[in-house]
Design a binder for this molecule. Structure first.
Ligand SMILES: *[C@@H]1O[C@H](CO)[C@@H](O)[C@H](O)[C@H]1NC(C)=O
Ligand SMILES: *[C@@H]1O[C@H](CO)[C@@H](O)[C@H](O)[C@H]1NC(C)=O
Ligand SMILES: *[C@@H]1O[C@H](CO)[C@@H](O)[C@H](O)[C@H]1NC(C)=O
Ligand SMILES: *[C@@H]1O[C@H](CO)[C@@H](O)[C@H](O)[C@H]1NC(C)=O
Ligand SMILES: *[C@@H]1O[C@H](CO)[C@@H](O)[C@H](O)[C@H]1NC(C)=O
Ligand SMILES: *[C@@H]1O[C@H](CO)[C@@H](O)[C@H](O)[C@H]1NC(C)=O
Ligand SMILES: *[C@@H]1O[C@H](CO)[C@@H](O)[C@H](O)[C@H]1NC(C)=O
Ligand SMILES: *[C@@H]1O[C@H](CO)[C@@H](O)[C@H](O)[C@H]1NC(C)=O
Ligand SMILES: *[C@@H]1O[C@H](CO)[C@@H](O)[C@H](O)[C@H]1NC(C)=O
Ligand SMILES: *[C@@H]1O[C@H](CO)[C@@H](O)[C@H](O)[C@H]1NC(C)=O
Ligand SMILES: *[C@@H]1O[C@H](CO)[C@@H](O)[C@H](O)[C@H]1NC(C)=O
Ligand SMILES: *[C@@H]1O[C@H](CO)[C@@H](O)[C@H](O)[C@H]1NC(C)=O
Length: 793
């Protein structure tokens, strides 16, 4: 939420301007949203029954003013705060950013970003990342971690926050959500899955106000994501179903409007889809300033207003709120049924008891107060206990999993004739401003010129306590090997100078070029190129050096126009690996770790091939003019390129290894299970959807010279009886490590949901009749085995 304020309003891109065509279908305040009232009560379904009883007895003891306080954020030590009620022994709630680190504090780790976690395709490491992050939030006294992220999903290659989430593939993101949440919550920390829902661009994510002032009158409302019901279910809602099934404590509604109505006051999405269909038993909190009404939001299912103040980003701190005193007044004047307010607090307190947060939780580290620029102490009007120990070091041995995941998520896109791994090269030249130390401090809040990028910016960043740069790690390795290292970090200089005049006489054995691509909250990317003239840097180095290895540290999709340059002998997409960046990249460049990362998105042949671009301007002053029509429906990322039969440069799921693998012996087993799923709700939706109904096995063999891991991937093709669907959809993956010459059987379980589509007429998931295609391979376009499943109607 923070960086957007700093970033100001300069959202119009010089290189990418997508003006929405004049469309008379402008969606007004309530848009095209089927009304769903009242908001359902929690029942504690799915194992929260005992906690629910405790929560209810807590609520029973509250005064009306306390109740209003329990649902309204207030300025305090953390980025979000709920009042303490000392007479009931309730210490309040501390909500902290973000999805890859506890941000506003010190002595905490910076983990790889979501995009890196996804690129690992490694269930175990994704879980361990969640477990370690949760331990740090707990250690610092934060009750709630504001993460992980499944919205944005990644509809558009340009969206500024895609890297905070995992992948535009909903199945991969769903698995990552589930494992991350389980990891976080095993520490007794509440996870908050965000942002619900269809939040797919930064531009105009919040209203335009007079003079951009936080208190100014609204000129134009936030962009509206207008999407059909099937697309909602099969793409944007899908990973949140995994989150709810994993028992996520809270869900954050997003800034955008959906079908014309703000996400935090949209009764269909909150009460209908989330609390109704998915059986979500926890609470919905607003994104910071995402609340735009009082009673409409409450009646539409919003349970907690964050950070509680009025104005843009909720930053107009003072005693006034859409909630707070307005809730008290609304109960008193009979507008708001007291049972709805009770349910809001019951939903907030049930996970608190379920996770044992009432049983001796660590105190808030006072260091967070000093670093909290969002609600500094001068803005508080409530008392908070701040007598915990300051500057607690919560990093433990988390550097180990950070380094492992950093290496496991590096995606090798090109490696000509064994360029890599490096074997003690005699002479190494390192190029690019992404290789070395930054010169402006470790905040990752700005797009500085010099210094390696380990993560992106905004509320989803982390505050580094140290950062191992690629150059530092290369030098350490080179010293052990007796190699010569030369370094050139000025991109302008590299791009405009004849490299032969820079490099010491003979040709280096290898030229390592480090490029970066920044992305941050509040701004969409304006280009898919690497930053700081990355293309010119590669052109210059490759015109001289016949063994040029390019490594990118990037938020995600990049255009790589030099990919086929004969002197570019290797390309590695290293994404945002966190604080152990240098060690992780050296591990794979030198072969201590065999690369096994896979692309969690598609790199198109041409940068203009991408569809579903963000809307960056409107040619109307209508307050409701900002509309993003999700007309591509299910066709995002590889689903689009496959459906349109377009060639791509590097496809979804692709990534090289230092060894080779083969697949054989596809088997499919399973009863002909009745396709009709009994209508019964549990967290995550109808439990029948999560039943394994077919098992698929393949034999994976390491046929190469060294040990290593790879990721067999299973894609499903729906029968022709289903409505139009992209040709292939990921429905299984497993990262498997094998020694040289070793084989193993890999099993995929297909759940009923994996073989279903959302039927808009019956409003249910349907397993279509006919023959399903089952494809197993090493990427979405490298299919080695195929089989079929026939479902009975
Ligand atoms: C206008 O809005 C409709 C939705 O009613 C949408 O389907 C259509 O694509 C829009 N037209 C244009 C030209 O964008
Ligand atoms: C959005 O509009 C579509 C088309 O009218 C409708 O089917 C869907 O239920 C709506 N979704 C929401 C969340 O309003
Ligand atoms: C929620 O429960 C209360 C009783 O505690 C009841 O009065 C109210 O009608 C219920 N609301 C819904 C939506 O079921
Ligand atoms: C907006 O800014 C302009 C120029 O600074 C000023 O003249 C005008 O009064 C401001 N409008 C409001 C409503 O603050
Ligand atoms: C109630 O909400 C309105 C906005 O709808 C706001 O202007 C007012 O200050 C709020 N009142 C209180 C007591 O917070
Ligand atoms: C009751 O109070 C709420 C919150 O301040 C307000 O929105 C609503 O208009 C009031 N209703 C009546 C009938 O006074
Ligand atoms: C901090 O203060 C609270 C209440 O004032 C007290 O209950 C608690 O024991 C104190 N904790 C420490 C570590 O001093
Ligand atoms: C980088 O190189 C360019 C071109 O030689 C030069 O103008 C600029 O001053 C250099 N920057 C730094 C920080 O040295
Ligand atoms: C590749 O590098 C060699 C130097 O070894 C150079 O002579 C050649 O021009 C380069 N090729 C291209 C296409 O730039
Ligand atoms: C690169 O150039 C060097 C020196 O010019 C030469 O020895 C080497 O064989 C070349 N390597 C390749 C892969 O062409
Ligand atoms: C194929 O896989 C099945 C299931 O794992 C196994 O029972 C069978 O022996 C395998 N066949 C071959 C030829 O490996
Ligand atoms: C799938 O395999 C598991 C054991 O790995 C077994 O428990 C389950 O019954 C099998 N399911 C089907 C549908 O064959």
């Amino acid at each position: 939420m923070l960086s957007a304020l700093l970033a100001g309003a300069a959202l119009l891109s010089p290189t990418l301007v997508i003006v929405q065509p004049l469309n008379t279908t402008i969606l007004g305040p309530y848009g095209n949203v089927p009304p769903v009232y009242p908001s359902p009560n929690t029942t504690g379904l799915g194992g929260w029954e005992d906690a629910l009883t405790k929560a209810k007895s807590f609520v029973f003891q509250l005064t009306l003013e306390e109740k209003s306080g329990m649902v309204t954020g207030t300025p305090g030590p953390c980025v979000g705060n709920i009042i303490a009620i000392p007479r009931l022994g309730f210490p309040g709630l501390c909500l902290q950013d973000g999805p890859l680190a506890i941000r506003v504090t010190d002595y905490a780790s910076v983990f790889p970003a979501g995009v890196s976690a996804a690129a690992s395709f490694d269930r175990q490491l994704i879980y361990e990342r969640g477990l370690a992050m949760g331990a740090e939030f707990r250690g610092k006294g934060a009750h709630i971690q504001l993460g992980p992220v499944a919205g944005p999903l990644g509809r558009s290659a340009y969206a500024g926050r895609n890297w905070e989430g995992f992948s535009p593939d909903p199945y991969l993101t769903g698995v990552a959500m589930e494992l991350t949440i389980r990891g976080i919550q095993e520490n007794g920390v509440q996870a908050c899955a965000k942002h619900w829902v269809a939040y797919e661009q930064e531009t105009q994510r919040n209203p335009t106000t007079v003079n951009g002032s936080i208190t100014g009158a609204v000129l134009q409302e936030s962009v509206s994501s207008n999407l059909d019901d099937r697309t909602m279910h099969e793409l944007y809602m899908w990973p949140f179903a995994n989150a709810v099934r994993a028992g996520v404590s809270s869900i954050m509604c997003s800034y955008n409007r959906i079908n014309g109505s703000y996400a935090c006051e949209n009764s269909k999405s909150q009460s209908g889809l989330l609390k109704g269909e998915l059986g979500f038993q926890g609470y919905i909190m607003s994104d910071w300033g995402g609340t735009h009404s009082g009673m409409s939001s409450v009646e539409s299912g919003l349970d907690m207003d964050m950070p509680g103040g009025l104005g843009l980003y909720g930053l107009e701190f003072g005693p006034n709120s859409y909630f707070g005193g307005n809730i008290t007044a609304a109960v008193n004047n009979g507008t708001l049924d007291a049972s709805r307010l009770d349910d809001m607090i019951t939903r907030i307190m049930t996970p608190y008891y379920f996770l044992g947060q009432d049983k001796g939780y660590p105190l808030i580290d006072p260091a967070t107060v000093e670093l909290n620029t969002f609600s500094p102490q001068s803005t508080w009007f409530e008392q908070f206990v701040l007598n915990g120990t300051s500057n607690r070091d919560v990093r433990a041995d988390h550097a180990v999993v950070i380094r492992k995941l950093g290496a496991a998520s590096a995606v090798f896109l090109k490696n000509v004739d064994g360029t890599l791994p490096l074997a003690a090269p005699k002479s190494i030249a390192v190029f690019g401003n992404d290789a070395g130390e930054d010169t402006e401090g470790y905040y990752n809040q700005i797009n500085f010129e010099y210094g390696t990028l380990s993560v992106g910016g905004g509320s989803g960043t982390g505050r580094l306590t140290y950062l191992v740069t690629p150059l530092e790690a290369i030098k350490t390795k080179a010293q052990a090997d007796g190699s010569l290292v030369q370094q050139f970090l000025n991109n302008t200089l590299i791009a405009t100078t004849d490299i032969s005049t820079l490099v010491i006489p003979q040709m280096p054995d290898v030229c390592l070029v480090f490029l970066k691509t920044w992305a941050e909250e509040g701004l969409d990317r304006t280009s898919l190129d690497t930053d700081w003239d990355g293309n010119d840097v590669v052109a210059s180095v490759a015109s001289y050096c016949n063994n040029t290895v390019v490594i990118t540290h990037s938020s995600g999709i990049n255009d790589l126009p030099w990919a086929s340059h004969p002197n570019v002998t290797a390309i590695v997409a290293a994404h945002y690996p966190g604080q152990e960046s240098g060690n992780a990249i050296v591990d794979v460049l030198y072969g201590a770790v065999n690369p096994s990362g896979k692309l969690p998105y598609t790199i198109a042949l041409n940068k203009n091939d991408y569809n579903a671009l963000p809307i960056t301007a409107v040619n109307s002053a209508d307050p409701y003019a900002w509309n993003a029509w999700f007309d591509e429906k299910l066709e995002i990322d590889y689903r689009y390129f496959d459906a349109q039969n377009m060639s791509v440069l590097y496809e979804f799921g692709f990534g090289l290894s230092y060894t080779t693998f083969s697949l054989s012996n596809l088997t499919i087993s399973g009863a002909q299970v009745s396709p009709t799923a009994a209508p019964c709700v549990a967290p995550g939706g109808n439990p029948a959807l999560w039943e394994g109904i077919y098992n698929v096995t393949v034999t994976l063999s390491n046929t190469g010279p060294v040990s290593g891991a790879t990721v067999p991937q299973l894609y499903i093709t729906l029968p022709s009886s289903a409505p139009t669907t992209p040709p292939k959809q990921l429905r299984g993956f497993e990262k498997v490590f094998l020694n040289a010459s070793e084989s193993s059987v890999v099993e995929f379980t297909l759940m009923r949901r994996d073989l279903s589509y959302w039927d808009i007429v019956t409003q249910d998931w349907v397993v279509p009749a006919g023959e399903f295609g089952v494809s197993v391979g090493f990427s979405s376009r490298d299919i080695h085995l195929t089989g079929t499943i026939t479902a009975v109607a």
